[in-house]
Ligand binder design. Structure first.
Ligand SMILES: [Zn+2]
Length: 328
């Protein structure tokens, strides 16, 4: 077979065509550049119309701006913009751990009327309805919540509410006529034995389940003095946690008096350890504005180990826990 001879060919562009290509390229480049310039100018104008730009212009940081935009509706954002100046209130409210969207307006109102109250306290007070004033809002306790039912100065039980699993508490660690829910007595029994082994202290239950009519008698006796007096020293009937059968007033044989109990090592032990058995100190010191009760070193409430541990770790009250985790 004959070998094909390859011929090299050299393509040359017509110089006129080359010039045309150069001009065309420059022309296209100019168009593209011009177009981009115009679009970016338009983009900038449009960005300046956004709420994001306007909030940043008022002094809200990028993070605060995202916080506001992600949590508030258009109308609220417009109202904030209309104020025409930076207000630390909004980002501070929104960044609180226990913030609930449904309470936004209430937080703002409460903080505006109580400027010195720290933000976390504003959130707590509003979440538990305490901003309304004690007994000024009324809710029926959701009795389907088992041992996590809430009874306080806003949530109440009906006059005929009584647990079916109430049992007498053994006289070895309770005074006469004390009853509580079975699960509470079992937990108390373990706690009693542990503190006995550890500190040689004998806990005693002073008071536990209290039926509606008993609470009514106590309250009415106080009310004969004055309504204010009654509300300071007793819960209104239906509003006492003792009606749940889940609360125990505890002192010790060694310190039977509530005042000396408050200063005892067993109180210290209970404060630090009761959550391991499912109990919480229901009315702690410093939380009076949230619970509506002066601190009670003797009043313990059963909520189960998991919830008690969480409440202990987060340093919140059961009222706050309920509002944030159970009533959302
Ligand atoms: Zn009590």
């Amino acid at each position: 077979m004959a070998t094909k001879k390859r011929r090299r060919r050299r393509y040359r562009l017509n110089p006129k065509f080359t010039r045309f290509l150069i001009y065309a390229s420059v022309f296209i480049a100019l168009i593209i550049y011009g177009y981009n310039g115009i679009t970016s100018a338009i983009k900038e104008i449009k960005y300046k119309e956004t709420n994001e730009y306007k909030l940043i212009s008022l002094g809200y940081s990028k993070d605060e701006t995202s916080l506001l935009l992600n949590n508030l509706n258009e109308e609220t954002i417009v109202n904030i913009l209309n104020e025409g100046k930076y207000n630390e209130l909004y980002p501070n409210i929104l960044s609180q751990k226990y913030y609930l969207a449904k309470n936004y307006e209430k937080y703002i109102t409460y903080k505006e009327h109580h400027e010195k109250e720290p933000y976390d306290k504003v959130i707590a007070i509003v979440n538990v309805h305490a901003n309304a004033g004690w007994y000024n809002e009324e809710y029926e306790t959701d009795t389907n919540k088992g041992y996590l039912i809430l009874v306080n100065k806003f949530y109440h039980l009906s006059s005929d509410y009584e647990r079916v699993d109430l049992q007498n508490i053994n006289l070895k660690y309770a005074y006469a006529d004390n009853k509580a829910a079975q699960i509470v007595i079992a937990a108390y029994d373990t706690m009693y034995n542990d503190i006995l082994n550890e500190l040689n202290i004998h806990l005693m239950v002073n008071s536990s389940y209290r039926p509606y009519k008993d609470q009514e008698e106590i309250y009415n006796d106080y009310k004969n003095i004055s309504l204010k007096y009654a509300d300071s020293y007793a819960a209104r009937p239906g509003y006492s946690e003792h009606q749940t059968g889940l609360a125990l007033d505890i002192t010790s044989l060694e310190h039977p008096n509530q005042k000396s109990f408050t200063e005892s090592e067993e109180y210290e032990w209970l404060k630090n350890n009761c959550h391991k058995y499912g109990f919480i100190l229901r009315y702690p010191e410093g939380k009076e504005d949230i619970t509506g009760y002066n601190t009670e070193s003797w009043h313990f409430r059963y909520v189960g180990v998991d919830v008690a541990t969480q409440i202990h770790n987060e340093n919140i009250t059961f009222d706050e826990y309920y509002a944030y985790y159970l009533d959302k």
